[in-house]
Design a protein around this ligand. Sequence first.
Ligand code: NI
Length: 388
Amino acid sequence: MPILNSIIDAHQEITAWRRDFHAHPELLYDVHRTAEKVAEQLESFGVDEVVTGIGRTGVVGVIRGRGTGPTIGLRADMDALPITEKSSASYASQNAGLMHACGHDGHTAMLLGAARYLAENRGLDSDVVVIFQPAEEGGAGGLAMVEDGLFERFGIDAVYGLHNLPGLPEGSFATCSGAIMASADEFEIEISAKGGHAAWPHNTVDPILVAGQVITALQSIVARNVDPLASAVVSVTQMHSGSAYNVIPSEATLRGTVRTLAPRTRDVVEERMNEIVTHIAAGFGATAKLNFRRGYPVTVNDPNQVAFACDVAASIVGEEKVERFMTPMMGGEDFAFMLERCPGSYLFIGNGDTSGLHTDEYDFNDSIIPIGVSYLVELARSATSHRR
Ligand code: NI
């Protein structure tokens, strides 16, 4: 399908929506203004059912088809980040310290554009559900919507996510089957020892020395416990202890993140961390406790949905601009929770040569809007007209 004329005609208008969202970034579940605008727009397009408050501030719209084929879900994220924007654009953030640094403003605007096209042109064989989720950036808004009955309530048979990617050429797509994004967990290690005068270390148990040994030993998990053909990251990113030059403290705290591309690897890393932390501390006469908090699971694409979505993307931009076998990334993605409950796929669309995601100079590339909207429209039309 070439890019439709009516979508090209709507480019300026959708860009204006995108820039309005950009100027008014909101965090996590506090996407009240954004969600309200989205719901108002959906109503104004004549979307058949608009439901707010799913997953606290999530919004869902249903565009009814004739009711024979599978129901598909298209998902966008609405939240921004706690970053101070560096931009001289007229639509730069008006909310101090907040910024749309991941392009969720663009994702929301493109999905609205697709919803309008589908509501105006109709002809769908079955229902299309447009899903606008809050709190992608660490708040598990996707899980909140799932737990609010998203899939059962709207009878969704397959779900699709789209995310922009700086560095990927404008108008290109990239994805892969199976794991595409990593599980993202946090850990905290609390070491309790015995403080004292730094000149009499033999009367103390030094938690800083224990922390040093723990940090070093944690590196052996990826090197020696994880299958070399699997992937994992164990990063200690914080170390807190002590307050004086001449005092050995009694406690130390380490914090960090773990990323893996398979549930089994995730289990191995957590088990080994527990053993290392407990036993190294004991070996030095200290005690230590690991608090491992599981965050987003691995984002796993269904091979059939990936092939289908790539075929749709190729029909718009050409096969040479669709990378079907990209290398997975170690970042986390809340869409993982939706893919755990429902088959689907997550694709990247090229944002071109722009600043990276989560940087203060990033901006969504408005020139990709017609391609993104066309992809979503065609995905909806093809998916509902075939039994998959
Ligand atoms: Ni994002």
